[in-house]
Design a protein around this ligand. Sequence first.
Ligand code: MN
Length: 320
Amino acid sequence: MPSDTPLENAIDMTPWKGRTDPEPHSERWHQKVQPLNGSGAPGCALLGFACDAGVARNQGRVGAAEGPAALRQALAPLAWHRCGPAYDAGDVRCKGDAMEDAQQVLADRLKPLLDAGHRPIVLGGGHEIAYASWTGLAQHLAGRGETAPRVGIINFDAHFDLRDPANVRSSGTPFSQIADDSQQRGWPFRYACLGVSRAANTRALFNRATELGVLVREDRDFDTRYLNAIQRDLERFIARCDHLYLTIDLDVLPAAEAPGVSAPAARGVSLALIEPLIERIRDSGKLRLADLAELNPGHDIDGRTARVAARLVHLLTLND
Ligand SMILES: [Mn+2]
């Protein structure tokens, strides 16, 4: 896909609207987000990935291409508590089944954002977003001359997404693709998958996770009794990394909290249990890039999933 296609066109700011209060210190996101034209001061840069191709190939229910618009709409009215700037960097839109092209375009858009010191948050889109996010980060780090950066990938997800990409690349294969890419680059592969459902992942996938040395915590491990232990495991994981890439598949949440996803969770892990871990990742000083995957507005109920996704963006950017 050439880089001068219409997806590179002017950034649509129409989602950024909502109420305005006359009293001081009452700003909301819609009043603060600026279109990213050229390079501004480093800040949070929102970039949409309007793509259904990975979910379609993975035989899931499609609709994630509408995720970025729904997420912006849910974020627009939230209260602004930040100091640094926030930018809308537009969308990358996948055409039909051209998933690999869209992933490369997203990666090529992310690299200059990272080079300019922004902290991008990518709004999905199916979880094939992860391979695109990774590629953008890898291009950035390689461009800076880092020879073997220790990049930690922290994925909150009911699924490993470690299927064999030799069959078909999809929203179910990004972390296998990243493992392969890391091996080719001679970089360590450090992957934590938190919230996995044993019922929703085959033995083959659990075996692959073991072979790859993945830090695995199942959904049933997320209990207030064990939360301190998970927090310690995560601290150790973070200590062994130079950079962190956080990816949140909204299907990690219980279906009641996040009905608008490709594959709703029968059990899931509650937002209340995930939030403290995300705060720790946010405050580590190592977080370079984050994305939110699988928001499917067509299956949402009362905008619940979009709201929870917007709250996560709000949480991730609170201290910048
Ligand atoms: Mn996933």
